[in-house]
Design a protein around this ligand. Structure first.
Ligand SMILES: [Cu+2]
Length: 138
């Protein structure tokens, strides 16, 4: 967390009063999202290495079982971004199984600023679950 804060500070300094960094204090730049799936089977934790910005972002998903609390490798995972206000989708990104219940989601593209809803779906054996996370892209 400390590393991310420093990274964001560096990004802010780069703007030098241009766009401004007013969103830092209200948590809008927090990239970590965590939720139990709608079906109550899987726990989803979605995060990024860098502040989320317009354009392509690399996400990482940690998938685990709600009942056993153990990581879930080997699932089929799909991630899709949608902008509800304008009813358009972004290209969905294919998740790559990185082992140990971790999945890389490279280059999920937010094509414009505004509110985006990211839907994460996972299927393992006969079980499917999904959740959505909301991001406000500056
Ligand atoms: Cu739009």
């Amino acid at each position: 967390m400390q590393k991310r804060s420093l990274g964001f500070l560096a990004l802010c300094l780069g703007f030098l009063g241009g766009v401004g960094c007013g969103d830092a204090s209200d948590g809008q730049q927090e990239t970590k999202r965590e939720a139990d799936g709608d079906s109550g089977s899987f726990h989803f934790l979605l995060d990024t290495d860098q502040p989320i910005s317009q354009g392509k972002n690399d996400f990482h998903l940690s998938l685990s079982s709600i009942s056993t609390k153990t990581p879930l490798p080997g699932a089929m995972v799909s991630v899709a971004a949608r902008m509800p206000a304008m009813a358009h989708d972004a290209a969905s990104a294919d998740a790559v199984d990185a082992g140990g219940g971790e999945y890389d989601v490279p280059s999920l593209s937010f094509s414009m600023a505004g509110r985006w809803v990211v839907r994460v779906e996972a299927t393992l054996d006969m079980t499917s679950d999904e959740t959505t996370f909301t991001y406000d892209i500056p």
